[in-house]
Design a protein around this ligand. Sequence first.
Ligand code: HEM
Length: 456
Amino acid sequence: MTVDAARPTTSGPSELREPPPAGGGIPLLGHGWRLARDPLAFFEQLRDHGDVVRLRLGPKTVYAVTTPELTGAVALSPDYIIAGPLWESLESLLGKEGVATANGPLHRRQRRTIQPAFRLDAVPGYGPIMEEEAQALVERWRGAGTLDVTTESFRAAVRIAARCLMRGSYMDDRADRICADLATLFSGMYQRMVVPLGPLYRVPLPANREFNRALADLHLLVDEIVADRRASGQKPDDLLTALLEATDDNGEPIGEQEIHDQVIAIVTPGSETVGSTLMSLLQVLTQHPELADRVRDEVKAVVGDRPVAFDDVRKLTYTANVVVETMRLYPAVWILTRRAVADTVLGGYRIPAGADIVYSPYAIQRDPRSFARHEEFDPDRWLPGGSQEVPKYAMSPFSVGNRKCPSDHFSMAELTLITAAVASAFTFEEAPGSDSRPRIGITLRPRRLRLTPRPR
Ligand code: HEM
C-alpha cells in the first residue's frame, strides 16, 4: 500500500467493505468507557482488530486508523480536514481564526505567513534567548530544593516561545503571566473535554471563575502585546511583525481578530507540547541515570566546562537522540483527529463523508511491527545505521503533510539545549509526593512530577 491508500471512492458502496468493529464495546456507551478508562492501552490494542476499525462512542461511529502507512495517508490527503469535537472545543476557547484550526485557503495563507519564523535557517537567530533561558533554569534549580516540574517545564516553554517569537524586553513579565494563565486554562480545557457538562461550566463556581479569569487575561495580554508593539514603532524580524504585516489574498491587511487568534494559536500549542515533552525528558533522566551520565559525558566532551551554547547543539547527537526517543515513547501529541469531507477509501474500506477519524501517534510509535524492543528506551536506535529501518510515518511526533508542526527544528533545538544544560549540571531524584504515571489530557505528560536536583 502507499499513501494512495486514501482515495476518493470511485467504486459503488456495495463493492467496498465496512471496517471491522473494535471489540469490547458495551451497549449504549460503546467503546467510550474503555477509551475513558485507559486510552493509551485502548489505542494500542486496536491494531489487533485491523488496519482501520470502527469505534462506537455513544451514538457516534468513529474510525480508528492503526498502521503507520494509513496514518500517513490520512495526514497527506486533502479529503481529511481539521474538524470534529476536539477541535470545536479548542476553537470555542481559543478563537476561530488561528492557523491551528483554519482549513483550506485561509490555512494555506496563514502557513505562508508564519513559516519563515520557523525555517531551519531562522532558528539560530533564537540561539541567544534559548541559551539564556537554559542557563537561567540551571541557576534557578541550584539549591532550589524540590522542584514542581510541571510549573518549571511550562514556564521554560512559554518563556522561550514568547521571547523568541514576540521579541522585546517587555515580554519578560508577560511571559510569566502567560504561563500562569495557560496552566489554569490547560487543566480546565482537559476537564471540559473529558467531562463535557456544558452549561455547568457557566455556573459561577470558584474553579469556573478562575478559568474565565485566566482566559480573559490571556486575551487581554495578547491585545497588550500587539498594542505595545505597534506603539513602539519597532519592527524586529520576528513572528509578531510577520503577523502584523500580513495581508490577505487581495493584498489587504488581515483583521485584528485574525492577528489576535494567530498569536494565541501559536503560543498555546507551542507551550503545551514543549512543556509536556520537557517533563517526560526529566522523568527519563531521573529513571535512567546511566543515560543521563552519557548525556553529561557527551556535553563535557563537546562543550568542556563552559555553559552549553546553541552552536553546540548540532554536535550533541546522543543528547538529541535522547530527545527523539523520549518523543517516540512519550509523544506529547498522543492523539490526532480529522474529519472526512468526501466519501473516501482508506486501506480498502469505505469511509463516508462527515466521518471522524482518529489515530494515536503513541500507539503507532510503540508498534512492535515497526520497532524492535518496542517498549525499551534506546536512544541508540536513532544512530545512523544503528537502527532497523523504521517504516515510513511510524515515527512522526510532529506529524506530516500540510498540518505538520511548523516548529520541529525550533523545538528540537530548545529541547536538546535544555536537556544538555540540566543533565550536565544535575542528577535528579524523585521526591515524596511525585506521581510519574501518565496524565492523559490534551497532551500526554507525567501526572505530577516532583524532583530534587543534586548538583553533579
Ligand atoms: C501543529 C507537535 C512544538 C506550533 C502540531 C502538530 C503536531 C505538533 C503533531 C500537528 C497537529 C495535527 O496534525 O493535527 C508538536 C510537538 C512539539 C511542538 C511534539 C514539541 C515537542 C510547537 C511549538 C510551536 C508549535 C514550539 C510554536 C511556538 C504549532 C502550530 C501547529 C502545530 C501553530 C498548527 C499547524 C497547522 O495546523 O498548520 N504540532 N509541536 N508547535 N504546532 Fe507543534
